[in-house]
Design a protein around this ligand. Sequence first.
Ligand SMILES: [Zn+2]
Length: 348
Amino acid sequence: MANHLVTIASACVLVAGSALAQTPDAKPRAPSAVEAAQQAAKEAAEFEFLGALARTCFLPPSRSEDLRDLTPAYVSDPSKAPARSTWYAEPAKVFDNLYFVGGKIHSSWALKTSEGIILFDTIYPYNSEELIVGGMQKLGLDPKDIKYLIVSHAHQDHIGGAEMIQTRYRPHVVMSGPDWDLVEKLPNRFKTMAPKRDIVATDGMKITLGDTTVTTWFTPGHTDGTNSFTFQVQDRGKPVNVVYSGGTALVYEWTLPDWSIKNLDTYMASQRHLAAKAKETGATVLISNHSEFDNAYNKNRMLAGRGDGPHPYELGADWVQRYFKVTENCARATQLKVQETAAAARSH
Ligand SMILES: [Zn+2]
C-alpha cells in the first residue's frame, strides 16, 4: 500500500514538474472576481440548490427576449409537441392547501382557500389540460373553483394554458404590466396562450380570496415584468410561510454588453428585493415554477415516505436566503464575464 502511494506521489510530481517546465514563473493564481462570485454561489448552494447553481452560474444564457412574432411549432402542428413521457408527472398534495399540478420540468401550483382556488402558472398549451385540469381532478379539486390565475411571467412554459383557463373557468388573471404588453405585442408567438388583459400586478399588491392572501412582488430581470409571490400555507395545521420565485434563469447576450449588464443589475436588485420580502414574511419554504430550481419533482415523491418526519419542502429561513445568494452571485459572476468580454473586444 505504502509503495503504491509513493508511486502515485512521484507520478504527480512528474506531471507537475513537466507543467512547470513550460511556464517557469507559474504561481498559484488568486481567484479572479468571476471565480470568487462563483465560489460564493457554490458555497451558498451546497447540495440544496445545485440546479439553480448550474443554470445561473454555468449554463449558456436564456438569451434576450425574442421579439419575432412567430407561432411556435407545437401550436401550428400539435404533433410537434414533446412526447408525454418527457413531461408527465403525477400531481401531489404538497401542503394542506397547496397542490402541485405541474410536470417533470415545469410547475403549476393550486392554492386552495375558503372561497376557491388561486392557480399559479399554467405550463404549455399542449400539457396544461392534462397536468393542470386533470391533475386538479385527480386530487379532488374542481377547476371550476379557480378564481384567480396568477402568471409569474409571459414565457410559453408558464402562460401556455392561460387562455384556455381564462376562457373556460373565467378567473381573474393577474400579470405585470410589461408582460401584458409583451403578450399583446406578439399575437402569433402567444397564439392559443394569451389571456385577455385583466389585473395588472404591482409591487406589494395583495390578492385576497377568502382566508388567504397572496402578495405579488415585482422582480424583473428574467422578463421585464416577472412577478414573485409570498403567501402562507398550512402543514398539518401549522402555518408555514412560502416564497415563490417567479423567474430564475439569467437573460443576457454576449453581443449586447450594455443592455446585458443593465439587465443583470435589474435581476440582482430583484433577488435582493425578494430575499428581503422572504425574510420579512418568515419564509421557510422556497418554491419555483421549474423543478430544476426547487427540486419539486423529487420532493413530491419524497412526501409519500415522510411519515412523522420533516416536510421535504421546509428548508428553514436561512436556507431560503441561500437560494438568493446563489442567484445573485451567479448573476454577478456573469455580469463580470460580460464586462470582461466586452473590454477584450474593444481592445482589439
Ligand atoms: Zn421564463
